[in-house]
Design a protein around this ligand. Sequence first.
Ligand code: CAA
Length: 264
Amino acid sequence: MLGTDTLLVTDDAGVLVVTINRPKALNALNQAVIAGLQHVLDEAAEAARAGRVRALVLTGAGEKAFVAGADIAAMADMSVGTAREFARSGHAVGDALASLPIPTIAAVNGFALGGGCELALACDFIYAAENAKFGQPEVKLGVIPGFGGTQRLARRVGLARAIELCLTGDTIDATEATRIGLANRVLPAAELLPATIATARKIAEMGPVAVAEAKRVLYAGAGLPLSQANALEVEAFAGLFDTADQKEGMAAFLGKRKPEFKGQ
Ligand code: CAA
C-alpha cells in the first residue's frame, strides 16, 4: 500500500501503521493530508475485506505532535461553501475509520488538538504518550470543531465534559484524558508505538469476522434504544454460527490447541 509525501504507510505483518507526516506544521491537516488519508483508508478497507490487513494504527511524525489540528493557514480564507466541503471531507475520513471492519487505534504522541483530537476520536480507542495533550481549542479561533468533535467527544466522555472542553478550549494532559475515558492508556513516549502495535496484533489474532461484528454492533448500538441495540447483538451473535471461524474457534478450544482463523 502506497503512502503520499504527507502520509507514511507501513505494513507491519498485517498491522497497517499510518503516520501523518508534516512535522514542521505539527502534522496539521490540510486538504492534501485529508485526501491522502481517505485514499489510504479506502485501500485499507479493500485489503481488510481480502484478509490482507487485520488492524490499523494511526500516529503522527516527530516527537511533538499527533496532529495539532486542521491547518489554520489553509482555513483562514475559506468561504462558507469551502468550509462545508472541508468539514465533510474530515467527517468522511472519520466515518471511513469507524466503518473499517478491523480495529483502529490512535497512538497519540503529543498534541492532539482540534481536528487532531477528532481524528483520534474517530479511531476505536486511543493510547497516549505521557507528553500527549488533548483539546478542542476551536472557539479560540472563532469556530467550533468541524470533524466530529462536538459529537464523538460527547459520546466518548459524556456531554458535560465535552461541553466544558469545547467551550473553554482548554487542553488536558494524558493522565486527565485517561481519567475521563478519552484515552485508554498512558505510556512512556518510547513505548507508545510498540505497545499500540502489540495490542493491534493481539486483536489481529482473534476471529476476524467476530472482531468486525463486535465493532459494527458496538457502534450501531450506541445510537439506539437498549432493546433495539440488544436485538442487534442477538442477530450478530447468531449469525456468527454460520462462519468457519466459529467452528474453528470452538473446536480449537475443545481440542486444546490454538485456533487458525480464516476470516470466513
Ligand atoms: N495549523 C497550521 N499550522 C500549525 C498548526 C495548525 N493547526 N499548529 C501548529 N502549526 C504550525 C505553526 O504555525 C508553526 O509553524 P512555523 O514554524 O512555520 O511558524 C509550527 O506548526 C510549530 O508550531 P508552534 O511554533 O506554534 O509550536 P508551539 O510549541 O509554540 O505550540 C501548539 C504548539 C500549542 C500546538 C500551537 O502550535 C497551537 O496552538 N497550534 C494550533 C492548535 C489549534 O488551534 N488547533 C485547532 C485548529 S482548528 C480545527 O482543527 C478545526 C476543526 O475541528 C476541523
